[in-house]
Design a protein around this ligand. Structure first.
Ligand SMILES: [Zn+2]
Ligand SMILES: [Zn+2]
Length: 99
């Protein structure tokens, strides 16, 4: 059982988003947009969404990958809430089971 990653706010050139310590050299940032949650699928296979409806967006994203890819890992999933500029922001994450 994985603990929640250390999600926190990050300012990017795309706006304020949510990042975490990934374990690879990247700083993956999911930046919510007006149209819906933002996400980043890191080179190491971990994916996270941030913004209203993050869990539902992650559901759809993973379902589509499962349907269209030959080799798609199983994921451990979870959710969290991160304060972005005073607004509690929904975060949903999925990390490959054997990353
Ligand atoms: Zn990476
Ligand atoms: Zn990574």
């Amino acid at each position: 059982m994985l603990a929640n990653p250390d999600f926190r706010a990050i300012t990017t050139d795309r706006g304020v988003g949510v990042t975490y310590t990934c374990g690879c050299p990247c700083t993956p940032a999911a930046v919510p947009a007006a149209a819906g949650p933002g996400f980043e699928h890191c080179c190491c296979g971990k994916v996270h969404f941030a913004g209203p409806g993050a869990a539902a967006a992650l559901d759809g994203y993973l379902r589509e990958r499962k349907a269209n890819r030959k080799r798609e890992p199983d994921y451990t999933r979870g959710s969290a809430t991160v304060d972005l500029g005073g607004a509690a922001t929904e975060v949903a994450w999925a990390f490959p089971v054997e990353a």
